[in-house]
Design a protein around this ligand. Structure first.
Ligand code: PA5
Length: 415
């Protein structure tokens, strides 16, 4: 269950020509909101994962951006933070991290997930070359140690998968990288970690139905986009996402890419230069109360704060008495829980921002479960699609990223 608490926003107009926005999104021919109906892929992912969970000790995911941030978020949301990692996500080519990975894996019991929509991303492909070379040298069968997640037709990985019969899954042609978490990009790593992907999809599906409904009172993706757009127009063009749940810290990382790459654009749909964008910033309650909050309360008033609150954080842990007679810390001697303290600190932070005229609101979920995480993914994807229409830009391309990829390739070819 997801709901918005908008009391700190003041009078915010949540109405608008929602029907026109829904129709406009549909004309973009994007698949991100349709993939939740794809039961066949989910079934194939579950079947593959069931066998793989028994066969391998480590899963190493090679991928970057939209190909890694969803899996990282899912692992953080549902798996133990400190026990040995079964899923290692390599979204960087720093050689130190590659070397450290090799120190903990045994190639014989490792499955590499190579995730790249384009099949041309230099970071991911260089990692693949590295580990493929090792697998070849060790005379292990690549079919047993790699699974590719890539475009159904295009790119080198698809070609290798076809030629060498390496197991593979498809990222539908009409689903872009940062919108792909509900395809095998997020579903396969999640299923390998025994996370219930059917529930993620069913939660996302419920939110998708809201996203396509013309009722502004219940369409949360529309409401979110409208708040963001109206406030951006009033100079609040930085959005700070603050989950008050450490398990959701990587949701803010995933969202940062979605918002930045989708809405930061030079041209509008008429090809006029507009240079629009909303700058996403991540924070984590309570940690960043002691790093960023001073700026947020007293610095430039150019931000919208989006809190995420979990109503029933589990377990409930009491703060016990440990010393008698410490007057300075009497306020902790109230027989309260960490859960209450977290909530009180969140409310205090939101009140302080409100007192300083800093717009903020809260997305509330009842608990961290698969349905809610799936719904959050769809909430943010749907809102981003609406936001792009409001800004009149192409939400789904990323020419700024492509340019840097192109310049990297040119520099490499000159060597
Ligand atoms: O959203 C996007 O399309 C990008 O951010 C990609 O996810 C990122 O560049 C990685 O691309 P690929 O999946 O093709 O390797």
């Amino acid at each position: 269950m997801i709901k918005f608490d908008l009391k700190n926003l003041g009078s915010q107009n949540l109405e608008g020509n929602i029907g026109a926005y829904i129709e406009a999104v549909k004309t973009r021919k994007q698949g991100f909101y349709k993939i939740v109906d794809d039961k066949k892929t989910a079934k194939a992912v579950l079947k593959f994962a069931k066998t793989a969970r028994k066969k391998y000790k480590h899963f190493v995911l090679l991928g970057i951006g939209g190909s890694s941030l969803g899996p990282i978020c899912l692992e953080q949301s549902f798996k133990h933070l400190f026990k040995e990692k079964k899923l290692i996500v390599l979204d960087n080519i720093d050689p130190v991290v590659l070397a450290e990975t090799e120190e903990v894996i045994d190639y014989k019991t490792t499955l590499f997930l190579v995730v790249t929509k384009s099949g041309t991303t230099p970071e991911t492909m260089s990692q693949y070359f590295y580990f493929r070379n090792k697998i070849n040298k060790k005379k292990l069968d690549p079919k047993k140690h790699f699974v590719f997640i890539t475009d159904p037709e295009k790119g080198l990985l698809r070609k290798i998968a076809n030629e060498e019969k390496i197991p593979s899954f498809e990222i539908p042609e009409n689903v872009g990288g940062r919108f792909s978490v509900l395809t095998p990009v997020g579903l396969l790593p999640a299923a390998l970690l025994d996370i219930k992907i059917e529930k993620i999809l069913s939660g996302a599906k419920k939110m998708r139905d809201q996203f396509l409904s013309k009722n502004t009172k219940t369409n949360l993706p529309f409401q979110l986009a409208k708040i963001q757009y109206d406030l951006a127009k009033k100079g609040k063009s930085i959005n700070v996402m603050i989950p008050y749940a450490q398990k959701l810290s990587r949701m803010a990382d995933w969202y940062r890419q979605l918002l930045a790459e989708s809405i930061g654009k030079k041209f509008n749909l008429e090809q006029e230069i507009v240079n629009v964008g909303i700058t996403p910033v991540n924070a984590l309650g309570v940690t960043d109360q002691h790093s960023q909050l001073q700026l947020y309360n007293e610095g430039p008033n150019d931000k919208l704060f989006i809190f995420i609150e979990v109503e029933k954080l589990k377990p409930i842990l009491k703060i016990p008495k440990a010393h008698k007679g410490n007057k300075d810390l009497d306020y902790l001697d109230k027989n309260i829980t960490f859960n209450q303290l977290l909530q009180i600190e969140k409310d205090a932070t939101a009140s302080a921002l409100t007192k300083n005229n800093r717009p903020n609101f809260t997305i509330k979920i009842d608990e961290i479960n698969e349905e809610n995480i799936g719904a959050l993914f769809m909430l943010f994807e749907g809102a981003t699609a609406f936001l792009g229409e409001m800004f009149n830009i192409n939400t789904f391309d990323q020419p700024g990223v492509e340019l840097s990829k192109k310049l990297t390739k040119e520099a490499l070819l000159k060597l």
